[in-house]
Design a protein around this ligand. Structure first.
Ligand code: ATP
Ligand code: MG
Length: 564
């Protein structure tokens, strides 16, 4: 099971459940569900809902179902179902044998509709879609009753059966609930329950040519599954009276309590399947699993851990008012988790050659380097050292400003896990003047990382042995959008895509121990960031690493400021 804390902080939803338990509203039962529509991959917003529904079920010893709310043949597919199953499992949640599909309830929903027709509470309306819209009225004006509203029950039954039998064209008839065209809540103005669609469904094929509307199917699916608490996002608040109307009129045995909470909005990204599909289809990203995507598939490929996502969801909590959560908080949670879990290794992204002039030619030493400075249980590996190394280009400056602590002519630094080296000379490209090689001497007395005479150095730099290191491609990711709220302003959100969200560096050099790192392995490249082996493109012959996150933690700074 997922690693949610056993006693999460309480919130208004848990308070409502506590109250229901006290008053025995549901005979002590707690039954929730996570009900995605399989028309896209899950994103981090869905993770909030997954954690909430499964978390509550676990905390109260109840159950949580996974239900595909698949009532619309357009855009739904088995690929999406498979991705949803994979992602919820990856987060660590278990629905046991309770995987359900709204499409399995079509017959039951049809029978419920027939029942409402017989009760005089539903009618077949033959207005066009445009006319229905016009008749609906506005927020300030009541709607107008459809001329078909008072059809006899027998006629409605006959027409609805013939709708099902495929006798009518799309758009010619719909089934509507007979509620109140003057209701201040527009949702209650005779909403549509069933419509004709000749599109095949990914599960039911051509069996059905009428499909239930989401509002009709959703509340009854919850009732069929004996859900006690139908937890959903705030935009469904206006639909609650309608759900209650269907459930009350049909006198169902199980009438769930709907509770709405604020959806997750995250800065520098968009959390809407429709918009994310647009990015995939436009080719703005390489797919749903592009590591810049807020989709769980993308986050997994980027190296985020399920534990970090769960921790993030718990920290943001649930509330009744919308807010924009800082992406830096999510990154903070990822760093916090990887700091504990990721083995440390050395990799040089932009290599500069260093030659140690006084090191015996042909000699190779092996340094035993711990994988984690604070956790000896993670063990160690051997890192070869030889007279020709690579260090980062940015670790050297020929004419350093004051306060440049790394390598420079005449300066001494420590090699991580190794000797002190001192720069004695540089070789330059005669045409460009660029430094191509740095010559150093090493002090054999400093193997322990300290000088016996007590002299100090200002910096420790990471390195790899030129001969032994492996070539790798490294992909550096940054936020997908360049503004905090790409939806603000209402213009085309793709205009705010960050053109620098992906930088690919080839010819990086990594220590030889990484030859065996499996797909998806997460590592810290010392002094550089957290990385993972790309599970799609990396192979033993051509290593590819994704940067999960940098080491710098802007969230720590933000929260520090807030405390002051
Ligand atoms: P989108 O707005 O991207 O189309 P959706 O809400 O239509 O998403 P569903 O598949 O219906 O997507 O979502 C399944 C569940 O996840 C619903 O209960 C929904 O309320 C919840 N959910 C979706 N987005 C968020 C979010 N940003 N924060 C929290 N919960 C969310
Ligand atoms: Mg939805």
């Amino acid at each position: 099971m997922a690693q949610l804390s056993s006693s999460p902080p309480s919130d208004f939803i848990r308070e409502i459940i506590d109250e229901h338990l006290r008053t025995n509203r549901f005979q002590g039962r707690v039954a929730t569900r996570f009900p995605p529509e399989p028309n896209g991959y899950l994103h981090i917003g869905h993770a909030k809902s997954v954690c909430l529904n499964f978390g509550i079920a676990a905390q109260y010893g109840g159950t949580c179902n996974l239900r595909m709310d698949d009532t619309d043949p357009a855009g739904e597919s088995q690929e999406y179902v498979d991705s949803i199953i994979r992602d919820v499992k990856w987060l660590g949640f278990d629905w046991e044998d309770r995987l359900y599909y709204a499409s399995d309830y079509y017959e039951q929903l049809y029978q419920f509709a027939m029942q409402l027709i017989r009760m005089g509470k539903a009618y077949v309306c033959s207005l066009s879609a445009n006319e229905i819209r016009e008749y609906r009225g506005t927020l300030t004006e009541p709607g107008k009753e459809s001329p078909y509203r008072n059809r006899f029950m027998e006629e409605n039954l006959d027409l609805f059966e013939r709708m099902r039998a495929g006798e009518f064209k799309e758009g010619t008839h719909v089934l509507r609930a007979k509620i109140d065209m003057a209701s201040p809540n527009i949702t209650m103005r005779d909403p549509i329950m069933f419509r004709i669609r000749y599109e095949p469904h990914y599960r039911t094929g051509n069996k059905w040519v009428i499909y239930p509307m989401y509002d009709f199917a959703h509340c009854l699916s919850d009732s069929i599954e004996k859900i006690t608490h139908s937890i959903c996002t705030l935009e469904f608040e206006n639909n609650r009276p309608l759900y209650d109307w269907f459930l009350d009129e049909l006198k169902v045995e199980y009438h769930p309590q709907q509770i709405e909470f604020a959806r997750l909005n995250l800065s520098y990204t968009v959390l809407s399947k429709r918009r994310l599909i647009e990015l995939v289809e436009n080719g703005n990203v390489s797919g749903w699993d592009d590591p810049r995507m807020p989709a769980l598939a993308g986050m997994r490929r980027r190296g985020y851990t399920p534990e970090a996502i769960l921790n993030f969801c718990e920290r943001i909590g649930v509330a009744k008012n919308d807010s924009l959560i800082d992406l830096a908080l999510l990154e903070h949670c990822v760093r916090e988790d990887l700091n504990i879990k990721a083995p440390r290794v050395m990799a040089v992204l932009r290599p500069l050659r260093v030659v140690i002039d006084n090191y015996p030619e042909g000699q190779v030493e092996e340094f035993d380097c711990p994988y984690h400075p604070q956790n000896p249980e993670m063990g160690s590996r051997k890192v070869p050292f030889s007279p020709i190394l690579f260090i980062e280009q940015e670790a050297f400056m020929e004419h350093p400003p004051e306060k440049f602590y790394r390598l420079a002519p005449g300066k001494e630094v420590r090699l991580r896990y190794g000797y002190f080296i001192k720069c004695v000379n540089v070789v330059k490209d005669p045409n460009t003047g660029e430094v191509t090689e740095v010559h150093c001497t090493y002090d054999p007395e400093t193997r322990s990382g300290f000088a016996p005479d007590g002299r100090k150095v200002d910096a420790t730099i990471h390195w790899v042995s030129a001969k032994h290191s492996l070539s790798a491609e490294v992909r550096l990711y940054d936020r997908l959008f360049s503004v905090a709220d790409p939806m603000e302003g209402g213009s085309d959100f793709t205009e705010y895509l960050n053109s620098k969200s992906l930088e690919i560096i080839r010819e990086c050099r990594v220590e030889p121990s990484l030859a065996n790192a499996g797909p998806g392995s997460r590592l810290q490249f010392e002094r550089t960031g957290y990385f993972c082996v790309d599970p799609v493109d990396s192979s033993g012959k051509a290593l590819v690493f994704n940067r999960t996150t940098t080491l710098r933690d802007s969230w720590a700074k933000i929260s520090e400021k807030e405390k002051r």
